[in-house]
Design a protein around this ligand. Structure first.
Ligand code: ADP
Ligand code: 5GP
Length: 207
């Protein structure tokens, strides 16, 4: 087990459901929140910045990081590798931050197992598969082939939503955003984040 003071918020959901859009409001509204920048072998989309959206690396570099045990978790998603580097996450947790992960269902399983006491998780989806397809098409960042692969994967991902603490159906952006910001707020007051002796001692002292 790792020594930890912060908290973790994991957000998963099919590509195109609105995770990145909704997370912007979390970072605007929750002080001391920190986005875990993943490493990936997929090509950057127009407008994506290395070191901001992802660390974009070659397959060889990624496999070297696997060998060196640099990842807290990694997975193959839509034929590319995606992974979470261990060191910055542990540092952010030790600084007491709310560490936010945008990762797939496989990554969620691994992190929940390793760090279950501090994890709050949210699954986000669109109201229907058809709306997901429309959002992926209108986002206009991926080819038809890539969109088809993401749609196919989406069906398997949505099946896993019961493994999560919360479900957000992102229909109206304002409502979904309020829901996610509320969950991020309560993620910081999970009882298991507190030191029992510390709380009890200070409670008794106040008599
Ligand atoms: P993800 O990060 O899950 O892949 P994005 O945040 O990129 O998804 O959202 C996919 C597309 O859907 C974007 O073009 C975004 O502007 C749009 N979008 C997100 N939420 C909504 C919503 N509630 N209503 C309509 N469009 C939305
Ligand atoms: P995209 O290519 O649309 O940015 O992401 C594709 C999928 O990979 C999404 O479901 C996203 O949540 C997931 N993902 C992004 N980074 C990571 C990561 O570090 N680990 C895992 N397991 N999944 C990730």
């Amino acid at each position: 087990m790792y020594e930890i003071k912060g908290a973790i918020l994991i957000v998963s959901g099919p590509s195109g459901c609105g995770k990145s859009t909704l997370l912007r409001d979390v970072f605007k509204n929750i002080p001391n929140s920190y986005f875990s920048i993943s490493t990936t072998t997929r090509a950057p989309r127009d407008g994506e910045v290395n070191g901001v959206d992802y660390f974009f690396v070659s397959k060889e570099e990624f496999e070297k990081d696997i060998k060196n045990a640099n990842f807290l978790e990694y997975a193959k998603v839509h034929d590319n590798y995606y992974g979470t580097s261990l060191k910055p996450v542990i540092e952010a947790l030790n600084d007491g931050k709310l560490v936010v992960f945008d990762i797939d269902v496989q990554g969620h399983k691994i992190i929940r197992k390793k760090l279950h006491n501090v994890v709050t998780s949210v699954f986000i989806t669109t109201p229907t598969l058809k709306i997901l397809e429309q959002r992926l098409t209108s986002r206009d960042t991926d080819s038809q082939d890539i969109i088809a692969k993401r749609i196919k994967n989406a069906k398997n991902e949505v099946e896993e939503f019961l493994d999560y603490d919360y479900l957000i159906i992102n229909e109206k952006l304002d409502k979904a955003s309020n829901e996610l910001v509320s969950i991020a707020r309560v993620a910081r007051i999970k009882s298991k984040l507190f030191e029992k002796d510390e709380i009890l001692n200070s409670w008794l002292e106040s008599k």
